[in-house]
Design a binder for this molecule. Structure first.
Ligand SMILES: [Mg+2]
Length: 265
C-alpha cells in the first residue's frame, strides 16, 4: 500500500464498526485517522432493513458522526440498479423491510408500488415475513415479474445462532417458481462500484470487511485490495485455509491503522 498515498476505503459495518449495538474497539479513532490523513470512505452494508438515516442514527448512538449519504445499503444499491433497468419507472412489488420500501418508493422515485401485476419483484430482508407475503411474491413472479435480490445472505448470525436472511426468502421463491434473481449486494461487486462512484476518483481502493464470502470476495471481484478484520464472522483459520484470500488480515481496526502507519501493510 503506497505510503502516504490517499486511500478510498469501502467499509463494511456489522462486525467491522460495531457488533450488535456495541462499537468495536478503535472505531472512533478509525474515523479520526481517516479524516486526518485525508482518506475517503464509504460505508457499504448488505443490510436492507434500515434506511440510510437509520444506519446513521445507529452509528450516532455509538459516538460516530456519519452522514446518511456516506452509507450505501443494499436497498439503495438495488433501487439504483433498477433505475438503470427501468429509468422511466416500473411497477414494483417489494418483499422486504422499511429500508427497501422507503428507498424504492421515496418521493421522486420513478417506481410505482404494485402488488398485483408488478414488472419487478424486489426481495430483501423482511423481519415481518408471513406466508401471505411469500405467496404473493411467488404469484407475482408467475404473472411475469422479474426478481431482484438486495443481498444473497441466506443466514444472519445472532447470539443464539443463525437466523434467515434475504437470501432465504429468495430461495423459497426460486424453489416455488424456478426464477433466478439478479443479485445486488456483496459478493456481487455492483454495490461497491456504486459506492466508489460517490468518492473522488483518486486513491487506492481498499475493501474492509469481516466476511470472506461476501466482503472479501466482492473486493476481489472489484479488483480492490482487501482487508479482513477478525472482529466479526470469518476467522484467521478460514482465511488462511480457504479459497478466498484477503490481502491483509488484522485483529481489529487499531491493528489495521498501526500497520498502515508503520508502512508494513
Ligand atoms: Mg459484516
Amino acid at each position: 500500500m503506497a505510503e502516504g498515498g490517499k486511500l478510498r476505503l469501502l467499509m463494511d459495518l456489522d462486525g467491522v464498526l460495531y457488533r450488535g449495538d456495541a462499537a468495536l474497539p478503535g472505531v472512533v479513532e478509525f474515523f479520526e485517522w481517516a479524516r486526518a490523513r485525508g482518506h475517503a470512505y464509504m460505508l457499504v452494508t448488505n443490510n436492507s432493513v434500515r434506511t440510510q438515516s437509520e444506519v446513521a442514527a445507529k452509528l450516532g448512538a455509538i459516538g460516530l458522526r456519519v452522514e446518511p449519504e456516506q452509507i450505501v445499503t443494499s436497498a439503495v444499491a438495488t433501487v439504483e440498479w433498477l433505475r438503470t433497468q427501468a429509468p422511466h419507472g416500473a411497477r414494483v412489488q417489494v418483499l422486504g423491510g422499511s429500508g427497501l420500501m422507503q428507498a424504492m418508493f421515496s418521493p421522486g422515485s420513478p417506481f410505482i408500488p404494485d402488488w398485483q401485476w408488478p414488472e419487478w419483484l424486489a426481495v430483501g430482508q423482511d423481519l415481518d415475513i408471513t406466508y401471505q407475503k411469500l405467496a404473493g411474491a411467488c404469484l407475482a413472479v408467475q404473472r411475469g415479474a422479474r426478481v431482484v435480490l438486495t443481498n444473497p445472505d441466506t443466514s444472519l448470525p445472532t447470539e443464539l445462532g443463525l437466523t434467515p436472511g434475504a437470501g432465504a426468502w429468495s430461495a423459497v421463491i426460486t424453489l416455488v417458481t424456478g426464477a433466478t434473481p439478479v443479485v445486488i449486494g456483496k459478493p456481487e461487486p455492483g454495490i461497491l462500484e456504486m459506492a466508489l462512484r460517490l468518492l473522488p476518483p483518486q486513491g487506492d481502493v481498499v475493501v474492509v470487511g469481516d466476511r470472506l464470502d461476501t466482503d472479501i470476495l466482492a473486493g476481489k471481484r472489484l479488483g480492490a485490495r482487501t482487508v479482513l478484520v477478525l472482529t466479526g464472522v470469518s476467522t484467521r483459520e478460514e482465511a488462511e485455509s480457504g479459497a478466498i484470500k484477503p490481502d491483509y488480515i488484522f485483529e481489529d481496526l487499531p491493528q489495521m491503522i498501526e500497520m498502515w502507519e508503520r508502512g508494513t501493510a
